[in-house]
Design a protein around this ligand. Structure first.
Ligand SMILES: *[C@@H]1O[C@H](CO)[C@@H](O)[C@H](O)[C@H]1NC(C)=O
Ligand SMILES: *[C@@H]1O[C@H](CO)[C@@H](O)[C@H](O)[C@H]1NC(C)=O
Ligand SMILES: *[C@@H]1O[C@H](CO)[C@@H](O)[C@H](O)[C@H]1NC(C)=O
Ligand SMILES: *[C@@H]1O[C@H](CO)[C@@H](O)[C@H](O)[C@H]1NC(C)=O
Length: 391
């Protein structure tokens, strides 16, 4: 009897433990499947190209990309099957992404953190619309690190530039390292109606500027040019914006452009830093508004502009430039010849055209299987990004 009772209580204890164990196991399993379900929510869709912005999404230029597919759908790109994520945890880990992107201006800091794991099929992309002159990459060595570059430089894998040149038929022809411009002498002279329009101009030089202190010290050049023009030729440089005394409000862009077109002979397309191929929309202010650009930058401008369509301030001293400005204003027919290109070429913002939009271009590149499969490395990144010159 005694034995029997002992046996029963053992069974009861065993059953009790089993029950507790089974309940806990069930609970564990159900929470596990919930976890799996939440993971599945962010599982990769077949055919989608996943881009991770490793550096901060809030800062430019990454902020403009948009998150998810919105940037590509909103821009009505030909390819919209690219997905931008600002946080690696969205897919679980950095190695889950096809592309990992780094914004140039954020790689300059010494406390920079980089991904710890990397898979060979992933493309690491260096993206920047800013110049190394303004954001010198001097601390870290990125040689043999990136697979692609996405910048304004003309030898980038994907272009993220400012300007596009079309020919008269509407084909995109530039800018490029080797341009085959129609020689100036083979272009027709400017027609009389346009010449008459140009004769309405009354003011010498305009400059719209908001950043008053630049690496290129362009402001010093302008001060000298202004003195020279005022004292020797009674001409002026009108400086609009925060750095000058002339006013044309930012919200009146159209009116300011119309004023430039109607009144001014020249416009200062001065870049804020000297870097190869760094030519921004400042050039378009002149070209799209019937003013001759006076350029000042690190580019070889023959990659961007036809012969005799501009003056290059860096090629000459201030007295020489002032004299040239003066003499061209005195000679309307010589001045008008700077506009021969208008019959043969047109200038646009890359972002304004679907076929050159840089965000669409990136998604298009990711859909080019051959290009993506091809293992490529930017071995001498420091040469590409002028690291030694800017440190
Ligand atoms: C600028 O580019 C043109 C055409 O590509 C070339 O002929 C010229 O030598 C270049 N100039 C400089 C200073 O590199
Ligand atoms: C005006 O021109 C003369 C000679 O042409 C030159 O010596 C002088 O420096 C110029 N004035 C200014 C303010 O630069
Ligand atoms: C990307 O670059 C790394 C580092 O050079 C290289 O090991 C890898 O094969 C490259 N991958 C692709 C897909 O280009
Ligand atoms: C593949 O990459 C190499 C450089 O790594 C390049 O020379 C070649 O043109 C690329 N091929 C294609 C199809 O993009």
């Amino acid at each position: 009897m005694q034995k029997m009772r002992k046996f029963t209580s053992k069974i009861i204890i065993f059953a009790l433990f089993s029950f507790i164990f089974i309940t806990m196991f069930k609970k564990y399993m159900s929470s596990r499947s919930a976890l799996l379900k939440s993971k599945q929510f962010n599982a990769k869709k077949p055919g989608m190209k996943y881009i991770l912005q490793w550096t901060n999404h809030e800062n430019i230029p990454f902020a403009h990309m948009g998150l998810g597919q919105t940037g590509f759908i909103g821009r009505e790109c030909e390819y919209t099957n690219c997905y931008v994520s600002a946080d690696a945890s969205e897919l679980g880990s950095v190695t889950a992404y096809d592309v990992v992107m780094f914004a140039g201006p954020e790689l300059i800091y010494d406390d920079l953190s980089l991904p710890k794991e990397r898979l060979p099929y992933q493309k690491y992309v260096f993206g920047s619309t800013e110049s190394p002159g303004n954001y010198p990459l001097c601390i870290h060595n990125f040689n043999s690190y990136f697979n692609w570059t996405w910048t304004y430089k003309l030898d980038s894998d994907v272009r993220w530039g400012y300007i596009v040149v079309k020919d008269a038929k509407g084909n995109i022809v530039g800018p490029n390292k080797n341009m085959h411009w129609i020689p100036w002498k083979d272009m027709d002279p400017v027609d009389e109606t346009y010449k008459l329009y140009l004769r309405g101009k009354r003011k010498a030089v305009a400059w719209f500027v908001s950043n008053c202190r630049s690496r290129s010290r362009r402001e010093d050049y302008v001060i000298h040019l202004r003195e020279e023009l005022q004292e020797n030729y009674s001409l002026d440089v009108d400086v609009y914006g925060e750095c000058g005394s002339n006013v044309c409000p930012r919200d009146k862009e159209k009116e300011c452009a119309a004023m430039l077109s109607k009144d001014y002979y020249f416009y200062l397309s001065f870049e804020n830093s000297f870097s190869e191929d760094y030519v921004t929309e400042k050039l378009l202010h002149a070209l799209q508004n019937d003013a001759v650009p006076i350029v000042y930058g690190g580019a070889n401008y023959s990659r961007f502009l036809p012969d005799r369509s501009y003056l290059n301030a860096r090629d000459m001293g201030v007295p020489q430039l002032a004299e040239l400005i003066y003499s061209l204003i005195q000679e309307p027919s010589a001045y008008a010849e700077f506009f021969r290109w208008r019959k043969y070429y047109s200038y646009h913002r890359t972002t304004k055209l679907k076929e050159t939009n840089e965000y669409c271009k990136m998604c298009e590149a990711l859909n080019n299987e051959e290009l993506v499969k091809n293992h490529s490395t930017i071995f001498s990144f420091s040469e590409f990004w002028e690291v030694y010159e800017t440190c």
